[in-house]
Structures are given as structure tokens and as C-alpha cells.
Design a protein around this ligand. Structure first.
Ligand code: CP
Length: 302
């Protein structure tokens, strides 16, 4: 494992190894145990798009393991504004750090950057492409909540066209023999370049009611307003789905709801206090999972 651009860059064995180590690191992630496994290591965080969870959980992961971060959250304060290309920028930043975390609005940008980075390049989200470290924490969360991550009925709801988290997660859940139900408006359905590669049973639906009572996991996504070329098209689907506690009366009591966050209106706040809501625990899980990934990428003693 050198770069992590797509979830397909990781074998099943590598994924399981990261999740196993993440479980051991939970006390360190919570500050209850100390570790210096990344002592002296530096992660460069290069964010050309907004982020709360990805950037801050990676920074926490580095600091809890004795490492440090450099980077930027606002590209307008960098030489990008003077016209510096992504390739030139990454080549240089790779010389300042032991690994580079990149978020960028263009699909394919992380692959291009990895081809020009001497140190491990981690894709923190490339446009509507992939978000592989989100997938690792999603798998970890599913395993924690359900006691397994195989043989489950998983529904993915919302913006399946532009939502990069569901593209990566579909590939991973297929590797682990789950059954997938894609629920979206027709205009936001899962792209064929994702479904063509799926080695598991899957189906598409417009209505959540069609599948809700069979689901073990409901993975909800935000409609990605910033990716629509036409705002009028966004307005037509902005409120396509709202999950509230009333709707959940038809769900299995063990069913868990995940969401990569941020949410807008797609999950009503009255769901937050139900047994179904797992999305805030999911957001925390980003810390131990990213710790485990960083240990495997940039080494150090445990
Ligand atoms: N889930 C996720 O990627 O969140 P951020 O956009 O806040 O990083």
C-alpha cells in the first residue's frame, strides 16, 4: 500500500487489518491511552474544498499518535491563487511531509496528484469520484453497530450520482457480499461506471418505502448542491427524501442509519435520539480508523 486514491487500492486483507488496528486504537483516539507511533512524522493536509470531519479527524489522528500536521483549508491563501498547478504544488508539498492528504473538487485529481508524489497520497475526496477513508470508517461503523459487515441488506439513499462516499462504499460492500438497494430520484441514480463493477446483488428504487422494512443499514446522503451545473435542477430534488421518526416505525428495530455528514434536511433531528441513529458515532470513528491507516502508510513503532 503506497497511495490510497480509490477503495480498490486496498485488498480485503488490508481493509480488515486497518479495521482491526482501529479497534485497538479507540482508547488512544479518546485520549485515554498514549501512543507515539507517529512521533516526528508530518502530514500535509491540502484542502481545495471545505471540510470539517475529514480534515479535523486526520489532524486529531496525527496528534494523538505524536505526529504533526501542516497544510491549508483555504486554497485562496496559497500560491494556487497565483496560478500554480496541482502537480507543481503536490511535488513540492511531498518534500515537506511524510504523507499528503488531498481534497479537491475535480474527479481524478487525487490520482494525478499520487502520480506526482514521492510520499503516500491519501484521497480525502475528489469531486464526485471517491472518498476511500470515509469508506473505511463506514465499514468500521457497520461492523461495530451490527457485529458484522457481511450478508447485510444495505440501502443507500439520496444523491447517488454526485455523492462520492456511496461510490467508494458500494465497491467495498460488494467485496464483503452484502446486498445493496439504491434509492434516489432518476436524475441522481448510481452511475453505471459504479454498478458495472459490482460483484453483489443490487437493485434500484425511487421510493424508500419499497425497501425500508428489509434494511439492516440505511446510508443517507446529502443532495450535493455544489456539484449541480444548474441550480434549478438542484431545487427539483433538494427535498426528495426526508427521514423522520414517523417513517422509521416501519424499520427493523436493529436497523441503523449512517450518514457521512454534513446533513441538511434529509434526516430530521427527531431521529437523533432514536436507536437507529449511528451517524455521530460514525463521525467519531474517523479518528481511530485514520490513525490505523496512517500507521500503516507511514509506519513507526507501536
Ligand atoms: N464526511 C465528510 O467527508 O465530511 P467533511 O466534508 O466535513 O470532511
Amino acid at each position: 500500500m503506497k497511495h490510497v486514491v480509490s477503495i480498490s487500492d486496498l485488498s480485503k486483507k488490508q481493509i480488515l487489518s486497518i479495521l482491526k488496528r482501529a479497534k485497538e486504537l479507540v482508547p488512544v483516539a479518546k485520549g485515554k491511552k498514549k501512543s507515539k507511533s507517529l512521533d516526528g512524522k508530518i502530514l500535509a493536509t491540502c484542502f481545495f474544498e471545505p471540510s470539517t470531519r475529514t480534515r479535523l479527524s486526520f489532524e486529531t489522528a496525527m496528534q494523538r499518535l505524536g505526529g504533526t500536521c501542516i497544510g491549508f483549508a483555504d486554497p485562496s491563501a496559497t500560491s494556487h491563487l497565483k496560478g500554480e498547478t496541482l502537480v507543481d504544488g503536490i511535488r513540492m508539498v511531498a518534500g515537506y511531509a511524510d504523507a499528503v492528504l488531498l481534497r479537491h473538487p475535480q474527479e481524478g485529481s487525487a490520482r494525478l496528484a499520487s502520480e506526482n508524489s514521492e510520499v503516500p497520497l491519501i484521497n480525502g475526496g475528489d469531486g464526485a469520484g471517491q472518498h476511500p477513508t470515509q469508506t473505511l470508517l463506514d465499514l468500521f461503523t457497520i461492523n461495530e453497530e451490527m457485529g458484522k459487515m457481511e450478508g447485510l441488506n444495505v440501502g443507500m439513499l439520496g444523491d447517488l450520482r454526485y455523492g462520492r462516499t456511496v461510490h467508494s462504499l458500494s465497491h467495498a460492500l460488494a467485496k464483503f457480499n452484502n446486498k445493496l438497494s439504491f434509492i434516489s430520484p432518476d436524475s441522481l441514480s448510481m452511475p453505471s461506471y459504479v454498478t458495472d463493477d459490482l460483484s453483489c446483488e443490487w437493485s434500484s428504487h425511487n421510493s424508500i418505502e419499497d425497501v425500508l422494512n428489509d434494511l439492516d443499514i440505511l446510508y443517507v446522503t446529502r443532495i450535493q448542491k455544489e456539484r449541480f451545473p444548474d441550480l434549478e435542477e438542484y431545487k427539483k430534488v433538494a427535498s426528495a427524501y426526508i427521514i423522520d421518526s414517523d417513517l422509521l416505525k416501519n424499520a427493523k428495530s436493529s436497523m441503523r442509519i449512517l450518514h457521512p455528514l454534513p446533513r441538511v434536511t434529509e434526516i430530521s433531528t427527531d431521529v437523533d435520539d432514536t436507536k437507529h441513529a449511528a451517524y455521530f458515532r460514525q463521525a467519531f470513528n474517523g479518528v481511530p480508523v485514520r490513525m490505523a491507516l496512517l500507521e500503516q502508510l507511514i509506519g513507526g513503532k507501536k
